[in-house]
Design a protein. Structure first.
Length: 153
C-alpha cells in the first residue's frame, strides 16, 4: 500500500471528510486530496498531526492497512466461548481447500500428530509452558519456518 492510500483509509476509518481534516490542520482540502493521491507528500510535522488526528502512531500511519487492522480488532473481540464454537478447519478450508481434503491422501495423520504432541510436550517440560502456550509457540515456529522457505524460493 502507498502512503496516499494509507492516509485515505485512515481518514475514512475516523469518519472524517477531507474538508474536516484540512480545517483541523490549517491546510486546503486540495492539499489533503493531493496527499491522498500521492501527488504530494505531507511534511513530517503534518504527518505527525495526521497521525494524532487519526489516533495512530506515525509508524502505524505509514504502514496503515485497513484489512490487517480489521482482522486484528476481530481477533481482540473474539471470546474464548465463541472460539470454541468455530470450526476453524471448515472456516479456513474455504480459503485453503486442502484442509478439507488432505485426510483422503494422508493416511498416517496419527504419526504426524504424535510427533507434534512430542514437540509440544518438550516445550512444556523445557520452558514450563502450559499446553495451549506450548502449542501456540510451536505454531509460531512452524509459521516462521514457512515464511523462511517462501523467501528462499
Amino acid at each position: 500500500m502507498n502512503l496516499g492510500n494509507n492516509l485515505f483509509q485512515a481518514r475514512k476509518k475516523c469518519g472524517l471528510s477531507q474538508e474536516e481534516v484540512a480545517e483541523k490542520l490549517g491546510v486546503s482540502r486540495q492539499t489533503i486530496s493531493k496527499w491522498e493521491t500521492d501527488e504530494t507528500l505531507p511534511d513530517i510535522r503534518q504527518s505527525k498531526r495526521l497521525a494524532l488526528l487519526y489516533r495512530l502512531s506515525l509508524d502505524e500511519l505509514i504502514d496503515f492497512d485497513m484489512d490487517v487492522q480489521e482482522v486484528e480488532k476481530a481477533i481482540e473481540r473474539t471470546s474464548t466461548a465463541l472460539e470454541e464454537k468455530i470450526d476453524w478447519t471448515k472456516a479456513w478450508g474455504k480459503k485453503y481447500p486442502i484442509l478439507l481434503t488432505y485426510r483422503q491422501d494422508v493416511t498416517d495423520v496419527d504419526v504426524y500428530a504424535e510427533k507434534l504432541s512430542e514437540m509440544i510436550e518438550e516445550l512444556r517440560r523445557t520452558y514450563g509452558y502450559n499446553k495451549l502456550d506450548a502449542m501456540l509457540v510451536l505454531k509460531d515456529i512452524l509459521a516462521a519456518v514457512w515464511k523462511g522457505r517462501k523467501k528462499k524460493k
